[in-house]
Design a protein around this ligand. Structure first.
Ligand SMILES: [Zn+2]
Length: 264
């Protein structure tokens, strides 16, 4: 009984983390039964092998039938962490890939790379990629902010292991949206600080010119419906495009990453 409860919890956890991991594990359990395998290590190796075949062999071929594909990697476009790819959290509609490729060309002269964070799962509209409730249809993607060194040279890098949770906080006189939201009772507003898994590249600073160039390049595409960044960054970067919106207190703060979404 305890064993089956654990299996159910693990299947649930793997489903929420990777979408297909739970199903793959059930398949491995079934196959192990058919083969008459008793040893746990054999079942674990089988689960992992099937998972790798599914993630890197099968899903990238099948997802396009359902309208999604992995984010295309180029010299200038890459994930903040390979965990995103390993967990199938890197799927978007083809229009998002087109958007990234055209934007990347525009910012190439600045030495800016597009470092992406969580995207969407490969299948099923309405299946959210937790903790991002809205990343459920292939239209959404999070990007890292742009950073520079002390001399002001743009350095393609992230500031935390996951790309989330290390903020560019408001300065004196800027809107402090986090304070406002937390005062209004939205205590989850800065909970992404627990998902940084450690700071890296602490010597780098937020690049205003780099981040602005990246957002402007994105906005040149008609396919962009909305971009979310924290209000104090929008005003610090002197950006007025009406597609740059405030996401509301029910979301989490966006001064550690940029959220973009394309039109349906
Ligand atoms: Zn997002």
């Amino acid at each position: 009984m305890i064993k089956w409860t654990l299996i159910v919890l693990l299947v649930l956890f793997l489903t929420l983390l990777t979408q297909v991991g739970g199903v793959v594990m059930l398949l491995a359990i079934l196959l192990a039964r058919i083969f008459g395998w008793q040893r746990r290590w054999k079942k674990i190796v089988l689960s992992l092998t099937l998972y790798l075949i599914a993630t890197f062999g099968i899903i990238p071929q099948v997802a396009p039938i359902f309208g999604r594909e992995p984010v295309q990697h180029t010299e200038q476009i890459r994930p903040a962490t390979w965990f995103t790819v390993f967990t199938n959290r890197n799927y978007v509609r083809p229009a998002v890939n087109n958007l990234l490729i055209t934007s990347a060309k525009k910012i190439k002269p600045f030495g800016i790379q597009i470092i992406y964070l969580d995207a969407n799962f490969p299948f099923i509209n309405g299946f959210p990629l937790l903790p991002h409730l809205s990343h459920d249809d292939g239209r959404k993607l999070d990007l890292a902010l742009v950073y520079e060194d002390k001399e002001g040279a743009i350095i393609p890098a992230k500031k935390s292991r996951t790309g989330y949770g290390i903020y560019v906080p408001p300065q004196n006189g800027e809107i402090n949206q986090t304070q406002r939201c937390k005062k209004a009772g939205y205590l989850q507003y800065d909970y992404s600080k627990y998902f940084s898994f450690g700071a890296v590249n602490t010597e780098l600073n937020f690049s205003e010119k780099g981040t602005k160039a990246l957002i402007e390049a994105l906005l040149e595409n008609k396919s962009i419906q909305k971009i979310f960044i924290e209000p104090h960054l929008k005003s610090r970067l002197k950006m007025t495009d009406s597609r740059i919106r405030f996401h509301g207190c029910r979301a989490v703060r966006h001064d550690d990453h940029i959220h973009l979404q394309i039109h349906p």
